[in-house]
Design a protein. Structure first.
Ligand SMILES: CC(C)(COP(=O)(O)OP(=O)(O)OC[C@H]1O[C@@H](n2cnc3c(N)ncnc32)[C@H](O)[C@@H]1OP(=O)(O)O)[C@@H](O)C(=O)NCCC(=O)NCCS
Length: 205
């Protein structure tokens, strides 16, 4: 695993919504306490979440950060913002995720509880694999792509950057999904799909 899994305090979780709290839990299960965590969220600033302070983005400085926002475009924008404040990206991996020994988890990645990531997988920086999702052998997940809860990627899949795979969706073996495509919940992607599409149903179209 890369050094991206080791954060420097304060650890900023960018986004204090549901995903932010899930990321907090993954950190907590790794032994990180609320004292080391700052949530960065302009809408919820001045409050507290799980005992950790919530600040406006403009009031964060240094330390490390992870963006807890599932939307790839939002994640990209917030990454730039945090790095302009001198914060460095870190990865967050829930201790009960299963990750093959040869997989590198790069800074900015989030891997939640019960995710399974098989051998030969390439997870690029700022990708997310949510709870109960599986990523089959030799699959490539490009930057900013999100795999939502319970989705299944078979072996040798390629997801280009900024793809979202919805809950319980399935991408069959060897399928290539173009940049920015959104696969709706429960859809089954059976063949190569071009960039920038919204796909639903079985088979996905
Ligand atoms: C596909 C998706 C992006 C469409 O969102 P949207 O554009 O806001 O669409 P709407 O909710 O307005 O629905 C439009 C129509 O598509 C249908 N629809 C929506 N999502 C669908 C899906 N995944 N599969 C099949 N049909 C779907 C709706 O029932 C509706 O049908 P109707 O016109 O006959 O009533 C969204 O529904 C989806 O699947 N998102 C993934 C969410 C997810 O996995 N979240 C996990 C978070 S933990």
């Amino acid at each position: 695993m890369s050094d991206g899994t080791l954060g420097v305090a304060p650890i900023h979780i960018v986004g204090a919504g549901g995903l932010g709290r899930e990321v907090f839990d993954a950190l907590f299960q790794n032994g990180v306490t609320a004292a080391d965590v700052v949530f960065a969220d302009d809408h919820l600033a001045a409050g507290e979440v799980h005992g950790a302070v919530v600040r406006r983005l403009a009031d964060t400085v240094g330390g490390s950060y992870v963006v807890a926002v599932a939307d790839p475009a939002g994640r990209r924008r917030l990454r730039r913002r945090m790095e302009s404040m001198g914060s460095t990206p870190m990865a967050v991996v829930h201790p009960r995720a299963v990750i093959a020994h040869d997989v590198v988890v790069w800074p900015g990645c989030v891997v939640l509880a019960n995710a399974f990531i098989s051998t030969g997988v390439r997870l690029e920086p700022h990708t997310q694999v949510h709870s109960n999702a599986t990523v089959g052998h030799d699959t490539i997940v490009h930057e900013y792509t999100t795999v939502l809860p319970g989705a299944n990627l078979a072996g040798n899949v390629v997801l280009e950057r900024d793809v979202t795979v919805g809950s319980n969706a399935c991408v069959l073996s060897g399928v290539h999904v173009g940049a920015g495509t959104f696969i709706g919940a429960g859809a089954v992607a059976t063949k190569t799909h071009p960039a920038g599409r919204l796909l639903t149903r079985v088979p996905a179209r």
